[in-house]
Design a protein around this ligand. Sequence first.
Ligand SMILES: [Zn+2]
Length: 85
Amino acid sequence: MAELKCPGCRKEFDNNNPESLVTRGVAAAVCGTAGAIFGAEVGIVGGPIGGIAGTVPGGALGAVTGWFLADQFRRCPHCSKVFKT
Ligand SMILES: [Zn+2]
């Protein structure tokens, strides 16, 4: 039994708590959003158009990554923050 500490609210919860499990769809959405932001930040170096162009592949890459890494993500049962373990 492992205890995890939420990076959002600092509360601890059980790693095996069913409430904390993250589905692949949720992980893909979270990573897709993060990937889109990351892609936009990388792309913005090339100008405003690069920011837009970077959003799409960044989001797609993030979503795929989230899909495969879903079992490494947990959702805090206290504040609903999703984070990577
Ligand atoms: Zn929390």
